[in-house]
Design a protein around this ligand. Structure first.
Ligand SMILES: Nc1ncnc2c1ncn2[C@@H]1O[C@H](COP(=O)(O)OP(=O)(O)O)[C@@H](O)[C@H]1O
Ligand SMILES: N[C@@H](CCOP(=O)(O)O)C(=O)O
Length: 321
């Protein structure tokens, strides 16, 4: 679950007086999520999401995340919209944490996405990339090459507890990626965590994207590779080329990939598999037993990484070259 910080009803009522959000009818913690504490609020005006930003989110990054949601929403992308306080600020404070109220998005995330949903996700990702083109704030990706090495160094000594031989394998992978990482592909604002739990659907129709708290400036095709990893593998670890094809077609119906982006996909997919392996590994090794958060399996991403290593060309992801 992800409610790291409790809130007192009176504090919440006081917090709401700073907004034109109506009076509080009810509130409850939301079990899902990993990074922040989220609450669903019902007020006399509307359902709302209250997010308390926890330790792993840099306060100085919050204007980027909240401003990006405003920017994308203004350009027609369906995503939560932060509510301004009466003084115009998007950020307040509650229970000693930076806090924001954001609009409630209707829909549910899909436990068993199909190819048709992957197509919608690909299209929405490209729409986000296009809508983000004129967003003025910048945020470098803290979880790119340099960040991976730092993260690895925190887990390296205990990595072989998770699987024998990991130490050597990941060191070699980092060296490979440092040498092979593309330097001049199109870049822009990326979501960087567009997993199934961050995409809502109403029936088969995509109703919106949430959780922009890893968004940053990086290679657009890297974001595509994150989605291939998150959406196009089956539970048994097999890559589903039909889903990959649908996702890439959906993406390219809005923003065609260049030849160099296509050629770079296998390396980018190795990088994005490693990125989620490393954050999961760190959490796996450091989250105390009994903590109220569901730990995600790092080995799922190790298997994906190994799959991408043996890819000969992007055609194997379902792209018609
Ligand atoms: N704007 C929103 N509308 C509806 N539900 C939301 C919204 N934002 C978050 N949620 C709910 O809260 C959960 C956790 O949100 P998320 O942003 O993924 O948290 P975290 O950043 O901690 O991973 C989501 O799975 C969803 O159920
Ligand atoms: N998507 C990441 C974990 C981040 O969780 P989220 O709830 O913020 O999407 C993973 O699967 O490792």
């Amino acid at each position: 679950m992800a409610v790291y910080t409790d809130i007192a009803e009176d504090d919440l009522k006081w917090f709401l007086t700073e907004y034109d959000a109506g009076t509080l009818l009810s509130y409850k913690g939301i079990a899902e999520g990993v990074e922040n504490s989220n609450f669903l609020l019902h007020t006399s005006k509307a359902p709302l999401i209250l997010t308390l930003y926890e330790k792993r989110v840099e306060k100085s990054d919050l204007p980027f995340f909240l401003g990006l949601m405003q920017h994308l929403s203004a350009r027609g992308l369906s995503c939560p919209l932060p509510l301004p306080r009466r003084d115009g600020a998007l950020l307040g404070s509650l229970s000693g944490r930076p806090a924001a109220l954001i609009s409630f998005l209707e829909g549910m995330w899909l436990r068993k996405p199909e190819a048709k949903h992957c197509r919608e996700v690909g299209k929405a990702l490209a729409e986000m990339h296009v809508a983000g083109e004129d967003f003025e704030l910048k945020r470098p990706n803290a979880l790119s090459l340099d960040g991976w090495r730092g993260l690895w160094e925190k887990s390296e000594a205990r990595a072989d507890e998770v699987e024998p031989g990991l130490q050597g394998e990941i060191r070699n992978e980092l060296d490979f990626l440092a040498a092979a990482w593309p330097k001049s592909l199109p870049s822009g604002v990326i979501h960087a965590d567009l997993f199934p739990d961050n995409v809502f659907f109403l029936g088969d129709q995509l109703s919106g994207l949430i959780d922009f708290y890893f968004a940053c400036n990086d290679l657009l095709a890297y974001d595509v590779s994150i989605c291939l990893n998150a959406w196009c593998f089956e539970k048994d670890g097999a890559y589903n080329i039909t889903k990959g094809m649908a996702m890439l077609e959906g993406y390219q119906s809005v923003r065609p990939l260049s030849e160099t982006e296509i050629a770079a996909l296998p390396v980018l997919a190795r990088g994005s598999a490693l990125r989620f392996f490393l954050t999961r590994l760190y959490d796996w090794l450091t989250t105390p037993e009994g903590a109220m958060v569901t730990k995600k399996d790092p080995l799922e991403y190790l298997r994906k990484l190994r799959f991408h290593r043996q890819i000969g060309s992007a055609a194997e992801y379902g792209l018609s070259l």
